[in-house]
Design a protein around this ligand. Sequence first.
Ligand code: ATP
Length: 244
Amino acid sequence: MKKIIEVDNLTKSYGDKPVIQNLGFTVYHGEVFGLLGANGAGKSTAIECLLGTRKAEKGTVSILGMNPHADRKTLFEKVGVQFQEANYQDKITVRELCQETYCLYKKTADYERLLKQFDLDDKAESMVSELSGGQKQRLFIVLALIPDPDVVFLDELTTGLDTKARRMVWNSLSQLKVKGLTILLTSHFMDEVENLCDRIGILKDGSFIFCGTVKEAIAASPYEKLEEAYLWYTGEEESVNENV
Ligand SMILES: Nc1ncnc2c1ncn2[C@@H]1O[C@H](COP(=O)(O)OP(=O)(O)OP(=O)(O)O)[C@@H](O)[C@H]1O
C-alpha cells in the first residue's frame, strides 16, 4: 500500500523538556490514523513538527513523498489542515472566508457543497466571529477540505460539537475516506476513535506506547472496551478508579 505519511526518529524538546522522543510511524493511503494521548502528551507538537510549522531537533518526515520544509509550496496544494484557533480578519463572513481560502489553491473542492455537507449553508452570510463554538469548529473542517486535499490533519476533530454534529462529521469523513482521502486526527473521544480510525498510536512520554488497530489495542490489554484499555495504556486508570 502507498505510504502517505512517514515519520522516523522524530524528536522535539521545549527547552530541556523532551516532548517527542524518537517517534516513528507510517500512515497508508486511504487510512484514518488516530494520534491519541493525554492532555500535554505532545499530539499537537507532533502534528506541528510533521507539517514543518515547528522545527524538530531530530528525525525525518515525508508527506506524499515530499519534505514539509523543502517542498512546502507543492506539498500544501495537497494537504488540508484544521486549525484549533484560526486567525482570520475580524469582519468577514463565512462565505467570504471560504472564497479567500478557495483563491489560495489551484485545485479546489466546491465550498458551497462543503458548507451544505457540514450544515453551515444557512450561515454563509453570517460573520465568522458570530458563529457558535461548534459552528466555528465545523467551518475549520470545511476550510481544511477546500484544497481538495490528498491528506488532511484534523486536531481535536469534534471537540465542542453536539452529538448530531459529531455524527454528521463522522459520516462526511467516512465518505471522503472511501474516495481515498488519508486522515490523521487527534481525539479524546474513544467512541469517535472506534468509529473512524483504522489504526491508532497512543503517545506516552514522547513515543508510542501502542500502535495498531483498535481491536489489537483492546486484545493486548486486560479490558474489553477501548476507553478502559486506553486508560490502562496511558497509566491513568488508577487515578480514575481512586476518584470514584
Ligand atoms: N510553545 C511551547 N513552549 C513550551 N512548552 C510547550 C509549548 N507548546 C507546548 N508545550 C508543552 O509541551 C507539552 C505537549 O503539548 P501539546 O500541546 O503538544 O500536547 P497535546 O497532546 O496536544 O495536549 P492536548 O490534548 O491538551 O491538546 C505540554 O507539556 C505543553 O505544556
